[in-house]
Write a protein that binds this ligand. Sequence first.
Ligand code: SF4
Length: 242
Amino acid sequence: MVCIGEKSVMGQLLQYQANLKGMTPAQILSWAVSEFGAEGLCMASSMGYEDQLLTHLSAELPRPIGVFFLDTGRHFPETYACLEESRHRYKVPYRVYAPAAQEVEEMVSTEGPNLFYRSLELRKRCCEVRKVKPLQRALAGKKAWVTGQRAEQSLTRLGLRAIEWDSAHNLYKLNPLFNWSEQQLLEEIKTREVLTHPLQGEGFPSIGCQPCTRAVQPGESTRAGRWWWEEEEHKECGLHLK
Ligand code: SF4
């Protein structure tokens, strides 16, 4: 059964989806600031191509959208270097969220540092502690968040729209690059001279935690290097639950 509150959210969502039809990513970000206010928005970044392009576009807005980074403690050294450089280059407010120290200590003490390779359940537990819970703090009090998701990245992202209702966190989710191809993305990054992660030119089209990300082979999908030991339909960390 759909309750009245859900009905009005769905009605508003349909209106928003109609408003955003045909808009470029830069226009979507600009629309989002006028609709939700810069303070009502936040942008997730793992320093990948998509996130860096959106950060670049945000920095060009009169009121930039703040960017948050989930510091899992397991990122590549190059990811921290990219964060450092981006903080200097892009004049957007950056915020870093870390997992609760006690939860990490308990998990690693009982299951070991590399628990994620042993089962899907343990992998999800690690993502829950290191990513999902910090994400909840990052989204608290916001009206909408911006992500770099693209539909062609994986099976789990087919059917993506420019704006969706994130029922797991009770706010709107904007995906300005939802219908972009990888080629479009790379061309735009080159044209705008976007600051990119050093590993991305070395076979890492999708950046995640170091132990859970490997380079992809020619012809593999962009997210084939993420949790490569798992089935395709499981390859989400819980940040983008449907
Ligand atoms: S991606 Fe891997 S290391 Fe990072 S939080 Fe998830 S399971 Fe843990």
